[in-house]
Design a protein around this ligand. Structure first.
Ligand code: HEM
Ligand SMILES: O=C1O[C@H]([C@@H](O)CO)C(O)=C1O
Length: 329
């Protein structure tokens, strides 16, 4: 199931929800309030003998009111969120999109442009441990066990930000760390003006840390960087476009809160630019410019932001699906 762009779910002042899959109760918005309904596919309280709501009963006894046993409190809370659903939900299955929107809303509620860079870096530090040959690591939420590692310095802040979102989401629907981090990273990119990236959901969390030493050191040259990313299943082009994530945050590539192709434009500046006497970026950023194949892609993305966005979306999707184990039920 993917988040895709489709017309907003709440298209009018009256929200008609499909009937509950068990007791065919229906509910609708009135001037007084949103009456809690269970979105199609989410079963009513299995423990409650749903009372069939018949036509002649007045509004007070419709689903969600105190004397209706048809809907659980959590549906009421969740249904109250429905009018604020973001437009990017998959209508294919209301029950599933209901989950997706809750995760998206939860992530958005804790994010800001200033927090975006740390959250996007968190994505790479969770997913970037993937090793194709060893079939180990990847987008599995194991970062929560690895945040004290030296290469993850500074990321506990971003994890705490998402912990707040997770507490709220888990009240309604359990979300894995892997899914939440993948969605939050996409929201961070969109919030800073980058592409809106649909994120598949259903990743399972690892219960242990990933092997150490899987993230590329900032001292690597282009050849070593290519090897590091090839071991994760990424091409040189994908490595270059993903490195464009450094366009946001404190590395000095243009506006730290704007996701654009300034990273590539700065890499083409001669001589290497500095800001307040300090060189901009990391050795690995500049190592890319020493390699002809990488330089070709840097030129393409410096020229064409739309292509940068499209290729970043594809590579980000590959990154957050790397090594993931998926929920089957
Ligand atoms: C190519 C290999 C890479 C290396 C060696 C590398 C290394 C680093 C280092 C050392 C920092 C500074 C961390 C700090 O502020 O203490 C950083 C920041 C960052 N990295 Fe990377 N990175 C790489 C690729 C990536 C990728 C693939 C992504 C995301 C898809 C990413 C996202 C970020 C972001 C958003 C920041 C800014 C964080 C902030 O300012 O809070 N990096 N990176
Ligand atoms: O922020 C990072 O630090 C490590 C490495 O550069 C230092 O250990 C890495 O790969 C990052 O993305």
């Amino acid at each position: 199931m993917e988040l895709t762009n489709i017309p907003h779910l709440a298209s009018s002042s009256n929200f008609f929800f499909s009937s509950c899959s068990r007791c065919s109760c229906r509910g609708r918005r009135t001037e007084k309030a949103v009456i809690a309904v269970s979105v199609a596919g989410i079963r009513c309280g299995a423990d409650s003998a749903c009372s069939e709501i018949t036509e002649q009963q007045n509004l007070d006894s419709l689903p969600g009111s105190k004397n209706s046993r048809c809907y659980r409190r959590r549906d009421f809370a969740a249904a109250a969120l429905i009018p604020f659903l973001l437009p990017r939900v998959d209508m294919a299955s209301a029950a599933e999109s209901y989950d997706a929107s809750i995760i998206q809303n939860g992530a958005r509620n804790v994010l800001s442009k200033v927090k975006a860079a740390g959250v996007l870096r968190l994505v790479f530090h969770d997913a970037g441990t993937f090793d194709v040959a060893e079939k180990s690591g990847g987008m599995n939420g194991s970062i929560i066990y690895e945040v004290d590692r030296p290469e993850n310095a500074g990321l506990s802040k971003s994890l705490k930000i998402l912990q707040k979102a997770k507490e709220g989401i888990d009240q309604i629907q359990k979300v894995s760390w892997a899914d939440l981090i993948a969605v939050a990273g996409a929201e961070a990119v969109a919030l800073c003006g980058g592409p809106e990236i649909p994120v598949r959901l259903g990743r399972l969390d690892s219960s242990i840390a990933d092997p150490v030493g899987k993230l590329p050191e900032e001292t690597l040259d282009a050849v070593a960087l290519k090897t590091s990313f090839r071991n994760k299943g990424f091409s040189t082009q994908e490595m270059v476009v993903l490195s464009g994530a450094h366009t946001i945050g404190g590395k000095g590539f243009g506006n730290p809160n704007v996701f654009d192709n300034s990273y590539f434009k700065v890499l083409l500046e001669k001589p290497r630019p500095t800001s307040s006497g300090m060189p901009i970026g990391l050795p690995t950023d500049w190592a890319l410019t020493e390699d002809d194949e990488c330089l070709r892609w840097i030129n393409i993305y410096a020229e064409d932001q739309a292509k940068f966005f499209a290729d970043f979306q594809d590579a980000y999707t590959k990154l957050v699906n790397s090594g993931a184990s998926w929920r089957t039920a």
